[in-house]
Structure formats: C-alpha cells, structure tokens
Design a protein around this ligand. Sequence first.
Ligand code: SF4
Ligand code: SF4
Length: 74
Amino acid sequence: MTKAKCKVVVKGELCKGCNLCIEYCKREALRIGDELNLQGYYYAEANPEGECNGCMVCTLLCPEIAIEVYSEGE
Ligand code: SF4
Ligand code: SF4
C-alpha cells in the first residue's frame, strides 16, 4: 500500500496568527513561527516535525484563506 505525502504551505502575509489551524491539526504539521509578518502578526508555518496527511481541515478552518495543501505524489 502506498501512502500519499502532502505538503502544507501558509501564506504568511495573510495569516493573523489566530492558532485555529494549529489547534485542529491532528498531525502537528503546523506551528506559529518566530517572525512577524507585515501586518504585525506571528504567523503560522509548516512544522517540520509534523507530517501533513492532506486532510484539508486547516484549509477549511482558516478565516484568512492563508493555507494551501499540495500532494507530493505517492
Ligand atoms: S491538511 Fe490536515 S494534516 Fe495537513 S496541516 Fe492541514 S490539518 Fe494538518
Ligand atoms: S487559521 Fe489561518 S490565520 Fe489562523 S493561524 Fe492558521 S493560517 Fe493563520
């Protein structure tokens, strides 16, 4: 059985650091980074220690439509 790998990407300039995506990601694939964006928010980013499974929950929850998820193939 093959397992699809996915990659989550946050558009940092759109993020308002609300934490919703981080709270609801069951794979701990997102985290808040340590840099401010131009709006003055610490923004979400992919967590290299997590493993995105492409469930898309974060993309549905994000009020700023700041998250994209890509399939990296099988
Ligand atoms: S798609 Fe799912 S597993 Fe991947 S970062 Fe979003 S909530 Fe987490
Ligand atoms: S849900 Fe959207 S706005 Fe909120 S922290 Fe995640 S990426 Fe940023």
